[in-house]
Design a protein around this ligand. Sequence first.
Ligand SMILES: [Zn+2]
Length: 267
Amino acid sequence: MRVEDLDRSRVRPGMEEAQLTDLRAIGLDWDGPVVRQSERMKLYEEAIAGLDDDGLLYPCYCTRAEIRAAASAPHGISAADRYPGTCRELTAKERIEREASGRPPALRVRAENIRIAFEDRLLGRYEGEVDDFVVRRNDGAPAYQLAVVVDDFAQEVGEVVRGADLLDSTPRQILLSRLLELHSPRYAHVPLVLGPDRRRLAKRHGAVTLADRNALGESPREVLAWMARSLGLAAPSERPVPADLLVRFDSVRLPVEPTVWSPETAA
Ligand SMILES: [Zn+2]
C-alpha cells in the first residue's frame, strides 16, 4: 500500500485514513506497512542527483502560462503539459539572467522527443513521444513521474494496473526507468468509470463516495458487487467478497470500454 502524498497543496488532514478505511470497508487488505512518499524524499533526491550527474537534466525557468503559450500538442499529453523545450539550450549568460528573477527553476529531463513503445496487457501496443518533462518541481518537490518509477522498482512492483487516463504518462516512466537503469514493470491501463455525461466520475455527479452510498442505505458489500459487475466478475444478484473475485480475475476479461455510472445502475 503506497500513499502518494508528495503534492502537499492537495493533502488534507485525515484524507489518508479516510481512504484506507474505505478500502478496508470493501474488504481489501495489503501486505506490510503503509508506505508514504513524503517519508521517502531521500530516495527521490538520490535518483534526481544521479540523473543530474549524468548530464540528463537542465533547469527550466518557464511559468505554466509561458509553456502553454509556446506549446503545440500533436496528440497525447495536452498542450498545457507538453514542454516545447524553451530552456533546453540556454547559454550560461541566459541562465544567470533568468536566475536573477529570483524564481527557482524546475528540473527537466532531456528526453529529446524520443518515441517509446510498450505492450499494454489490455490495449496492446502503445507508442508515445516523450517531451522534456519535469522531474523536480520548482518548489523542490520530486515530480510524480520520478517518484512512482523509483517506488515501483523499490517495492518490486511487477505489474501496474491503473486508469487509462495515465496511458500518456507511461512512455515517460519507461524512459525514466531506462535512464535510472531500473527494471520496468508491465502495464495494463483499464477504462475509467464515467458519469452520465461521460466525463470522469466525480463528486459533481452526486452520491459517488462510499460514505454517500452508505448514507443511501447501500452497504460496502453492495458497492463492491456493483464494481465486480462492472468488471464482468459477478452475476447481477451476487454479493461477492474480494476472495471470490480473486480466483475469477483475469486481465484479458477486463472490459476495454469505460463503464458509465448512473444512480439507477449503482444499486
Ligand atoms: Zn523552460
